[in-house]
Design a protein around this ligand. Structure first.
Ligand code: PHB
Length: 398
């Protein structure tokens, strides 16, 4: 039974129980709108190359709400879960199920930018609150920005831009970029290219393969022939594991430095092993940050799940924290939309990544860290760019 059908089954059980009982005994919370449970619709990948990412986000959202006694603004919380399979073609239909059928108060998702943009459209059409706990699609806090759309993660541009700056600052001149051929890959490469070019470098070639393909051999052969000074990539999840291993196995690691947006090595190090050692990436999270909040979060996440936290867990947790802040301000009244949005806009999130605020376009303004793989850690090296804001191109609120 999927998690979604489990939720439905339990609802049926409740209804049967209610039917067998006198109507007068209907539990009061369900009769009074304001005290009914707040419904969170978690639309995430629970299968496929991004499955581990979705799982960590899911469990970290629940951790943050659990730390509030399972309540938001004084109201109990109910979760409705849906596996989006990182499948953009099913994105609108899946988001509509949560909004129209399940009537969720908040749509929360997702990992894949293509699916997230389908969610943005559904949220816009229905004026539903949407919180994006990962997908970096520029348009979500750019051309398609809206008061009801918030992101607690990053824009694809942010880590890419940071790495472009680092690489150019080191005097590198000739780079090649590799990624999947969809919004996240292109935008990440564009961010890198913008800063690398401004710093005097040249991105000589961009190589893309369809998502979620992992047939990297032709690309690795081409890199060997081009002999660039470095290779910048955006890959994540299962694809990142395979790319890092294939890159090392092709004998390229020693001759052409491989760098990337930090997703390349986040949540993947156990599977990548030796092949990942020494790799440098940029991201809004790192191991070895000296924040009390980070230490407490890591211990709590490990206790709750038995796993170590990664960037996806942090983003899920901060999605929960943003909900906590917004709903506390309106005492759980999700209909007080103007006040809810205003409270979320002014929230300062005490994140394990370091404190951050949201830009006018509702994207985190945050430090981008340079990290280096050492054992099973993406060790903090330095702040690559301080308080980096996405340019929010095309956003009318910005
Ligand atoms: C995205 O599709 O925006 C995406 C997916 C996985 C990541 C980061 C970004 O790790």
């Amino acid at each position: 039974m999927t998690r979604e059908t489990r939720v439905q089954a339990s609802r049926r059980t409740i209804l049967k129980g209610v039917a067998a009982t006198a109507v007068a005994l209907l539990p009061a919370p369900f009769a009074v709108g304001q005290t009914a449970r707040i419904k969170l619709g978690l639309m995430l990948p629970y299968t496929g190359t991004y499955a581990a990412l979705g799982k960590n986000i899911d469990e970290a959202v629940r951790l943050a709400v659990g730390e509030q006694g399972g309540k938001l603004g004084g109201r109990e919380v109910e979760y409705v879960v849906l596996d989006d399979e990182s499948e953009p073609a099913k994105g609108a239909e899946n988001a509509n199920k949560l909004v129209t059928r399940d009537k969720v108060d908040f749509l929360i998702g997702t990992v894949h930018s293509g699916v997230a943009m389908a969610m943005v459209k559904v949220a816009t059409d229905n004026d539903t609150m949407l919180l994006i706990p990962n997908a970096g699609a520029g348009a979500a806090t750019g051309a398609a920005c809206a008061p009801n759309i918030f992101r607690t993660s990053f824009s694809n541009w942010q880590p890419g831009f940071a790495m472009g700056k680092v690489a150019a600052g080191r005097g590198r001149k000739r780079a090649v970029a590799v990624s999947w051929d969809y919004a996240a890959g292109h935008e990440s490469v564009d961010g890198f290219k913008e800063a690398f070019t401004a710093g005097g470098g040249k991105l000589e070639k961009e190589l893309f393969l369809p998502f979620p393909n992992v047939e990297f051999q032709p690309i690795l052969t081409e890199i060997a022939a081009l002999k660039p000074e470095l290779v910048y990539v955006f890959f994540a999840g299962g694809g990142a594991v395979k790319f890092v291993k294939d890159y090392a196995a092709a004998g390229l690691k020693a001759s052409v430095p491989l760098v990337g947006a930090g997703f390349l090595t986040d949540g993947t190090l156990e599977a990548q092993g030796e092949a990942a050692q020494g790799l440098e990436t940029t991201l809004h999270y790192a191991d070895g940050l000296d924040f009390a909040k980070d230490k407490a979060f890591r211990a709590a996440f490990r206790k709750a799940t038995g796993r170590d936290a990664d960037v996806y867990a942090v983003q899920g947790y901060d999605t929960g924290q943003l909900l906590v802040a917004g709903l506390a301000a309106v005492k759980g009244d999700v209909k007080a939309r103007t006040d809810l949005v205003a409270a979320m806009e002014r929230a300062e999130i005490d994140s394990p990544r370091g404190k951050f605020t949201l830009s006018k376009a509702h994207n985190p303004v945050q430090d981008m860290y340079l990290r280096k793989v050492q054992g099973l850690e993406n060790k903090y090296v330095s702040v690559a760019v301080k308080a980096l804001a996405d340019p929010a191109r095309g956003c009318k609120m910005a």
